[in-house]
Design a protein around this ligand. Sequence first.
Ligand code: G1P
Length: 290
Amino acid sequence: MPLKPLKKAVLPVAGLGTRFLPATKTMAKEMLPIVDKPLIQYAVEEARAAGIEQICLITGRGKTMLVDHFDIAYELEKTLAERGKEKELAALRADAVLPGSVFSVRQQVPMGLGHAIWCARAFIADDPFAILLPDDLMQCEVSCTAQLADAYRETGGNVVAIEEVPRDRVNRYGVLDVAEDRGRLVSVKGLVEKPPIEKAPSNLTIIGRYVLMPEVIGHLARMEKGAGGEVQLTDSMAKLIGTQPFHGLRYEGRRFDCGDKAGFLEAQVAFALARPDLAPAMRDILKRYG
Ligand code: G1P
């Protein structure tokens, strides 16, 4: 059977963002900007650069602003046009999404990442789908999700983006049990969510980018609780191993953990330095604090 094209992505955005209080008291953490763009928009742009046509946001209470962000701000556009603010208007329109391409569902209770993905089951239906965790901000020449999409077409199955981390940090991630390390691609014989350091099968960890087959939903539906008492996506992914191809992809690029204050600040610097209009000023600033 020919491989189904990858056209759907799921973005879990129901988290409370407690690590960024008080900034996130009334604002979704995914609306926090890196330079001048909210985290959610980076994730949507990355998905679209991979040929994704339909996006489902898994939201929660107090997070409707994330859905509003992808609507047309008619009054704002009209005012900008009347004032001749062409540049600002173009910036607003550049990332407009096609009508009917952004969906949303609510995760009513915070039961974990696996439960959040299960909430999108009607959207996913029988299609392969990407997952992007917007807290993980990627700086890649080729969209990280596009790199995963290529690997999906190559391997015909599940692929997760991976990176090596120092041993003492493996307990923060989903960790690969490696069957065969072929460099760019690693075939997987097991996955463990946040293992104790001494029990981790490797130091190859999953970052917040996945391409999964729809069969994962059947495993998630059992709602088995794992690490931290939550329904873990990693546990259900592990159940696909042996029945479908499952690989880790050493992606090309950099990841910033924007769920963490230091990672968020580093991303501001890295993304400002990558902008020709801001790089000189940012270099001056860094010299002053060097
Ligand atoms: C989630 C996943 C974990 C993955 C991580 C990447 O954990 O459960 O497997 O390694 O994202 O950012 P969280 O960061 O939500 O605790």
